[in-house]
Design a protein around this ligand. Structure first.
Ligand SMILES: C[S@@+](CC[C@H](N)C(=O)[O-])C[C@H]1O[C@@H](n2cnc3c(N)ncnc32)[C@H](O)[C@@H]1O
Length: 194
């Protein structure tokens, strides 16, 4: 999918996109490495979009069972064409446990998120994190990126605080300076089940 098509989706679905450009390969490779995806892991990507993070996951673990959630019809179709060996679902992130059961892998090792957390109210974020944590293995981990420039805004640490409620350990990765805009990620481990 082209940058133009990505921008067109931003115009059509502003409350679902939350970015003006797809993530770059440096950010994707860094996220896949930092969250420690292994060849035998069951991996989920939330908000796979154009597939830039998907490609990084595939580069690291070419045969790992991989489920990509992407509600945008055109983007989901693009993912199916580009990655014929992965499971692509147009369901939403809070429906993850049900989608996983239907897929036949009810427990997940690694979750890679491209979701635009910061444009959503708390109750939406909580609903998604409840769902994610409920289907993670005890040593499961989640990685999710955030833009460096957003750190100067009031409420910059909202995402970190939210992750702290759901995980016993949350750390920051180095910054991917070549990404547009530059970004880093949080790696969250020790999911707290309710
Ligand atoms: C920042 S954009 C995509 C980033 C993607 N990593 C890329 O580089 O193309 C966020 C994506 O999350 C998807 N999305 C939005 N709300 C979602 C939800 N509730 N569940 C799953 N995906 C969602 C959007 O359709 C969009 O493709």
């Amino acid at each position: 999918m082209s940058a133009f098509a990505f921008l067109r989706d931003v115009a059509r679905r502003p409350t679902q996109m939350g970015a003006i450009a797809p993530s770059g390969s440096q950010l994707g490779e860094m996220m896949a490495r930092e969250v420690g995806i292994e060849p035998d892991h069951v991996v989920v990507e939330l908000g796979a979009g154009t597939g830039s993070l998907t490609q990084a996951i595939r580069n690291r673990a070419p045969h790992a069972p991989l489920l990509a959630l992407e509600p945008g019809a055109e983007m989901a179709e693009g993912l199916r064409r580009r990655f014929p060996d992965i499971e692509v679902s147009q369901r939403l992130a809070h429906e993850l446990p049900e989608v996983l059961r239907e897929w036949g892998h009810p427990a997940v090792d690694r979750v890679v998120s491209g979701l635009p957390w910061t444009i959503w109210p708390d109750h939406v974020q909580n609903q998604i994190l409840d769902a994610v944590v409920s289907c993670m293995k005890p040593d499961g981990q989640l990685v999710t990126f955030t833009y460096v420039h957003s750190q100067v805004l009031p409420g910059a640490d909202v995402l970190k605080k939210m992750l702290d409620r759901y995980f016993g350990s949350v750390r920051k990765t180095p910054i991917a300076w070549l990404n547009l805009p530059p970004a880093f990620a949080y790696v969250a481990s020790q999911p707290r089940k309710k």
